[in-house]
Design a protein around this ligand. Structure first.
Ligand SMILES: [Zn+2]
Length: 77
């Protein structure tokens, strides 16, 4: 994928709305608002600077990658 230009330092995160989103280091960090969604490319940019992939993998604002951590291939009942 191409590099986004919207990434910001995690230390400088502040929301312009209330309630504020969880920070990039918070346990519920992927509950932040989606700023930019690219479902055709399989990723979304969250308000706290995280890039969330549709396989639940994440790319943190500081460059760390989080492996997919939730099942996405559950069979339909
Ligand atoms: Zn926010």
């Amino acid at each position: 994928m191409t590099t986004t230009t919207a990434l910001r330092p995690s230390s400088a995160h502040s929301c312009h709305h209330h309630p504020s989103c969880p920070g990039a280091a918070a346990p519920d960090r992927d509950a932040a608002l989606v700023l930019v969604a690219h479902p055709e490319q399989g990723w979304s940019l969250l308000c706290n600077g995280i890039v969330l992939f549709d396989d639940t993998g994440e790319l943190l604002p500081d460059g760390r990658a989080i492996a997919p951590h939730r099942p996405t291939d559950q069979a339909a009942a």
